[in-house]
Design a protein around this ligand. Structure first.
Ligand code: FAD
Ligand code: SF4
Length: 508
């Protein structure tokens, strides 16, 4: 009896649960490139090329290991364009009597999959995705009965449960669970981040690049130069280079931003983790080993581990706990359309222009650019969550619904009313000035909140606090900015509101 084993584009892991009990003489592995996935948002060209090329290399890897692989290409004239259509065709082609698949990372795809069994008339087994530290059921148990879900408590439990960065007594290595206070230093003048690994496209990738250039010419982003790793071996090389060159400095300048330095000391591994070329458990253990052997300090390693064992697992837990419907809330009633400069980068706000230009070039921006520049602007300006979310889902090579939605809807936009984060990540231009060199080269004056030429982030910040006072002023973590606002004269408040309004009216 032939079993058809479907592997999705973000499941490129030989140990994926859908392949666990493959009968090599009989079973067929199906990989399909479908238009429904390449087109549901206008994905960055590099993102499409990365995923298609990684899929094609993975198909080769499985064939090399002796598996029978049926790979349906995007430009196959018979391609129906959907997973359901391609699974039905492959079932007929191979006379399959059963379909096995690992649960997808997107609710939308899971809902579709749940109909396949009745549509196909054969058993369809949807298996758990075991490539995480924390299963969906484990997260639900942790969350049950808690009034607020806070990443920090979840993270500590995960550290204990998986024995990560604990001393011999089972207490946190270095004497504390969190070293974030040491990780907010601006960049000293003249500091030079290392050069990053880049991988020249091979023949498979070149073919994909040509396909993307022809088919997705109107999509956002630069297709070339293309330097992503598309194989497990190269992804590991990129990660090893990070361990050697960047991890020792990871914590210190984690929140810093610098013109012309899109990567700084960040890992740039999220695309590889999210499609399955790297395993988060290997990555976390390798970082912990670097601390144990004295190659990196605790603030660096703990900061890095928290991102993966903490934030990455936490946002996934929240996604599955709250879907469907997590993205439907709009706690701050934000309704403004997404300004065109999110796509063009054409704005006099230098911080936004830099973040969008780097996003266009690399399909990457680091966390602080996403959160405190483009995310912060969308929050302060009251841009409709669904429009912002569609943008984040399109423009980053690592963007998949399970990780993008909680980060955008919950963390950046506070649209879930504080379910994911205890307060909005709202900041004025002062924060951007402290953490970057953007303001010095900007057309606006970061030192002023009102008047001609004053920094829009400043005006919008105070306007945001005034506009949302009813919802936010009772939040104890917002007490300080509201106390500062209370000292503004009524005239100053009115002027800031009017100037913020006239700025918002210029957005198109
Ligand atoms: P590093 O800073 O080096 O961190 C190491 C790893 O930690 C990352 O590779 C990533 O896997 C993990 N990580 C760090 N922060 C987070 C987080 N908040 N949530 C989940 N994982 C985290 N990350 C995605 O993978 N996909 C997304 O679509 C995505 N969308 C985001 C949207 C917004 C508005 C914000 C604020 C953040 C988003 N993030 C997303 C989280 C984070 O910005 C990226 O994971 C990170 O910038 C990837 O770059 P890096 O590999 O250099 O990360
Ligand atoms: Fe951004 Fe304001 Fe600084 Fe300009 S002055 S770079 S708009 S924070």
């Amino acid at each position: 009896m032939t079993t058809l084993r479907l592997v999705l584009g973000d499941q490129l892991t030989p140990e994926i649960s859908s392949l666990a009990d493959t009968d090599r003489g009989r079973d067929v592995v199906l990989l399909c490139e479908v238009a429904a996935e390449t087109g549901y948002v206008p994905h960055h060209k590099k993102k499409i090329a990365f995923i298609l090329s990684a899929m094609r290399h993975f198909a080769g890897e499985l064939r090399g290991a002796g598996l029978e692989v049926d790979h349906v290409r995007l430009d196959d004239p018979a391609n129906t364009g959907s997973f359901a259509g391609e699974v039905a065709r492959a079932v007929a082609r191979h006379g399959a009597r059963r379909v096995v698949v690992t649960e997808p990372g997107e609710w939308r795809v899971l809902a579709d999959m749940q109909d396949w069994q009745s549509a196909l008339g054969i058993p369809v087994e949807i298996r758990e995705d075991t490539r995480f530290f924390c299963s969906r059921a484990r997260f639900a148990r942790w969350a049950e009965g808690r009034r607020g879900l806070r990443m920090e408590f979840f993270y500590r439990e995960m550290r204990r449960e998986h024995g990560i960065l604990l001393d011999a007594a089972g207490e946190p290595a270095g004497g504390a669970w969190n070293f974030d206070r040491e990780n907010r230093k601006p960049l000293p003048a003249g500091s030079q981040p290392p050069r990053r690994a880049s991988f020249a496209p091979d023949a498979v990738t070149r073919e994909v690049i040509d396909l993307v250039a022809r088919r997705f010419a109107s999509h956002f982003g630069d297709l070339e130069p293309f330097g992503f790793a598309v194989t497990r071996a190269d992804a590991r090389r990129a990660f090893d280079a990070f361990l050697a060159d960047c991890l020792p400095h990871f914590g210190d300048h984690q929140d810093a931003m610098k013109t012309g330095e899109p990567f700084l000391w960040h890992a740039v591994i999220s695309p590889y983790l999210n499609v399955g070329l790297l395993d988060p458990r290997d990555v976390v253990r390798a970082a912990a080993a670097a601390y144990a052997s004295g190659r990196a300090k605790i603030n660096a390693v703990e900061g890095f581990v928290r991102q993966i064992l903490g934030w990455r697992e936490f946002v996934r837990g929240i996604y599955w706990l709250r879907m469907p419907g997590y993205g439907d809330s709009n706690a701050l009633n934000a309704t403004r359309p997404l300004p065109a400069f999110y796509w063009t980068g054409e704005t006099r706000m230098n911080c936004v222009a830099q973040a969008v230009a780097e996003t266009r070039a690399n399909a990457y921006a680091h966390h602080i650019q996403r959160l405190m520049v483009t995310g912060n602007f969308a929050l302060l300006a009251g841009i409709a969550p669904a429009e912002v979310e569609a943008w984040y889902l399109a423009v980053y090579a690592d963007a998949f619904d399970w990780v993008e939605l909680p980060n955008t809807h919950g963390m950046a936009l506070f649209a879930d009313g504080g379910y994911l984060a205890s307060k909005p990540y709202a900041a004025s231009g002062k924060y951007i000035d402290r953490m970057s060199d953007y303001c010095g080269a900007c057309a606006y004056d970061v030192s002023r909140s009102d008047g001609d030429g004053s920094c829009p982030f400043n005006r919008l910040y105070w306007d945001f606090l005034m506009r949302n006072a009813e919802t936010l002023s009772r939040n104890p973590r917002m007490a300080m900015p509201y106390r500062t606002l209370a000292r503004f004269t009524p005239e100053r408040r009115a002027r800031i509101r009017a100037e913020a309004q006239s700025f918002l009216e210029t957005l198109a």
